[in-house]
Design a protein around this ligand. Structure first.
Ligand code: SAM
Length: 302
């Protein structure tokens, strides 16, 4: 998604060291490797062990690539030992879930196919959605669905979940999709009525916004001056977090703006590059899932 635009934003240097913070199935990684020369190096991370296992098979002979099962929230500690003491010239984030995650009912992300109500990107840690829904209060459930799904009918969905779990544990995606569809009164064109509920629970159970904030901060720490940060977000909550982070980091600390000499620690650490970019009409025709994707690019200042 937005692959050519993101690669352009990274302004790849053939011999540079780069980080693909969200490997997925390696679409962006493959393009970055194509653009790098023999001296170039790439570190690719994914918190989903299935993504890393598939990547190890696909790129078994690729000596320029290091693949790690890790979260990008830990970027600041992961990059130095894996950079071979090279300056980091770019970090790419392509946020959200991958198509293989969405398409495999066993992962529990899908409201279209029945599966266990899990939704963890990293099934080796944390709590499946079903377990959380069994113990959370109705008000916590309402708050999560309202905040992360921006769902107007969050209260009704939370009450419907509560009524269902009093009968028996809510463990399947199809049950949740059906009850959310009954509770949500309006129909948004082209959108399943359970979309917002599923998005909210997924974001919450994976702490996606918290991870993003830590990942962006980590990227700033590891990028060398002139290095590029490219972020593809998938919906408005993510994009808002990216936009705010980039704006904050590209301005002098407001509290110190009036000083005759601005201390180094208060100077901007990023310069915005270009405007936000959306997928082209041709990409949207090929891939309707790309409709809400947005790319933002910034450059690390000295
Ligand atoms: C949209 S997909 C990336 C697709 C990839 N660019 C490609 O070309 O195949 C997002 C991926 O990011 C991973 N991911 C999400 N949050 C993460 C995190 N905090 N740390 C590492 N990986 C994460 C997901 O597991 C998923 O595989």
């Amino acid at each position: 998604m937005l692959a050519a635009e993101a690669l352009g934003g990274l302004a790849l240097e053939a011999g540079g060291f780069y980080v693909d913070a969200t490997f997925g199935r390696g679409g962006h990684t493959a393009l970055i490797l194509q653009a790098l020369g023999r001296e170039g190096r790439l570190l690719a991370l994914d918190r989903d062990p299935a993504a890393i296992a598939a990547g190890q098979r696909r790129f078994a002979d690729e000596v320029r690539l290091t693949l790690l099962h890790a979260s990008f929230a830990d970027l600041a500690t992961l990059v130095p030992p894996n950079s071979h003491q090279r300056p980091c010239r770019g970090v790419l984030f392509d946020l959200g879930v991958s198509s293989p995650q969405l398409d495999d009912p066993a992962r529990g992300f899908s409201f279209r196919a029945d599966g266990p109500l899990d939704m963890r990107m990293d099934p080796t840690r944390g709590e499946p959605v079903a377990d959380w829904l069994a113990r959370a209060s109705v008000d916590e459930i309402r708050q999560v669905i309202a905040t992360f799904g921006e769902e107007r009918f969050a209260r009704r969905v939370a009450q419907a979940i509560d009524a269902a779990r009093r009968e028996r544990p809510l463990t399947r995606t199809a049950e949740l999709a059906a009850l959310a569809a009954r509770a949500v009164r309006t129909r948004e064109p082209g959108k399943h009525p359970a979309t917002r509920t599923f998005q909210a629970l997924r974001m919450f159970i994976n702490d996606e916004l918290g991870q993003l904030e830590r990942g962006l901060t980590g990227a700033l720490e590891v990028l060398s001056p002139g290095g590029r940060l490219a972020v593809i977000s998938f919906h408005s909550l993510e994009d808002r977090a990216v936009k705010r982070f980039m704006q904050r980091e590209s301005q002098v600390d407001p509290a110190l703006r009036g000083l005759p000499v601005v201390p180094a620690a208060a100077r901007p650490r990023l310069k915005l590059i270009g405007r936000k970019q959306r997928p082209s009409a041709a990409e949207l025709a090929r891939n309707p899932r790309a409709r809400s994707a947005l790319l933002r690019v910034a450059e690390r200042l000295p």
